[in-house]
Design a protein around this ligand. Structure first.
Ligand code: ATP
Ligand code: MG
Ligand code: FE
Length: 337
């Protein structure tokens, strides 16, 4: 079965064609980062309008690259939430209409299920069950995964998500938007012994996350050392070490509590090198294994939506012709496949 995937939940337009036999045939992405940079964050109306401009040209590009024409599409998957409602509506409207026109089934995909299943696109994918760490711009979650759609939330973000914390730290350090990769780059030149930031909520039991307090430490430390260029890198390092350490501690706890030895990491912060190395080392010591998506599939992309949609369509899940999207959508509400 060949499924066209459409991602438009935020500021990336992603299209992909996934074949259940041959795997990923082609994918294409347009990031709106440059367009939103002047505003210091995503402007929802501009995002929606840009998705309108990009989706069909990207779809044509993907089909051409795959050497497949529209009649070769057996199903359409689009992100139906969570995300910006206007942006979601663009992808859902195009996807649902296209499926209607081609007389093929359509399915609305949960964006975080897309992220969660992205590591399964790689060679030698993890078997169920596993623990998933989802760390993206809008979420920090630990999930016990028994199968597709069989998700039990172990821990959640109480305030700023991990990626959001990176972006806000970048803003405070005047590194631009979005700043996760910039903070990570600078942290490599930082002295790890200079400043020490707290590891939030690790001093009590539980698997929830709270990263908003780290902003205060970043701000206060930067205000005290603004005139030193090296301090900026040292702060980036202290911040990144605190986030990575906290994530490692919570992952270890989640693995202990569930008795599982497979960890899957997904979402934009999963691209962070320090986090990847820390988890590799930890899982190696435990005799377990950690699985990541390739770097470009950590952040938003159409491939993960095509893939998750294909699994759901193959299981017989289809949408009515109504176009429905949800700005908020708890992962645990998804039906099992
Ligand atoms: P959500 O998936 O929760 O709706 P989103 O789609 O905006 O949010 P993603 O596309 O998964 O999030 O990831 C983007 C986030 O990842 C941004 O916050 C970005 O700063 C962060 N990020 C990307 N690369 C890195 C990195 N190397 N280190 C740390 N953070 C990073
Ligand atoms: Mg994005
Ligand atoms: Fe995302």
């Amino acid at each position: 079965m060949r499924v066209l995937g459409i991602e438009s939940s935020c500021d990336e337009t992603g299209l992909a064609l996934y074949d259940s036999e041959a795997g990923l045939l082609a994918h294409a992405l347009h990031s709106q980062v440059a367009m939103h940079a002047d505003y210091g964050g995503v402007v929802p109306e501009l995002a929606s309008r840009d998705h309108v401009r990009r989706i069909l040209p990207l779809m044509n590009q993907v089909l051409e690259e795959a050497g497949v024409d529209r009649a070769g599409i057996d199903g359409v998957a689009y992100t139906a939430g969570p995300g910006l409602i206007g942006a979601l509506l663009v992808g859902a409207s195009v996807g649902r209409s296209l499926a209607w026109g081609l007389d093929v089934p359509a399915v609305g995909v949960h964006h975080m299920e897309g992220h969660l299943l992205a590591p399964l696109l790689e060679a030698d994918p993890p078997e169920f069950p596993f623990v998933a760490l989802l760390v993206s711009g809008g979420h920090s979650m630990l999930v016990r995964v028994e199968g597709v759609g069989r998700y039990a939330l172990l821990g959640d973000s109480l305030d700023d998500a991990a990626g959001e914390a990176f972006d806000k730290t970048a803003k405070l350090l005047e590194l631009g938007y979005p700043g996760g990769p910039a903070v990570a780059r600078l942290a490599e030149q930082g002295d790890p012994t200079r400043f020490r930031f707290p590891r939030p909520m690790t001093d009590r039991p539980g698997l929830d996350f709270s990263f908003s307090g780290l902003k205060t430490f970043t701000l206060n430390t930067w205000q005290a050392h603004r005139d030193e260029e090296q301090a900026r890198a040292d702060i980036a390092r202290a911040f990144q070490d605190a986030v990575v350490d906290t994530l490692l501690i919570k992952c270890r706890r989640a693995l202990d509590e569930t008795g599982l030895d497979r960890l899957v990491v997904a979402g934009g912060v999963g691209a962070n090198r320090a986090l990847r190395q820390g988890l590799e080392t930890m899982l190696e010591k435990r005799g377990g294994r950690v699985y990541f998506p390739r770097l470009e599939f950590c952040t938003d992309n159409g491939a993960m939506i095509a893939f998750a949609g294909c699994l759901r369509l193959q299981a017989g899940q289809v949408e009515t012709p109504a176009i429905e999207v949800r700005a908020r959508w708890p992962l645990e509400e998804l039906p099992a496949v």
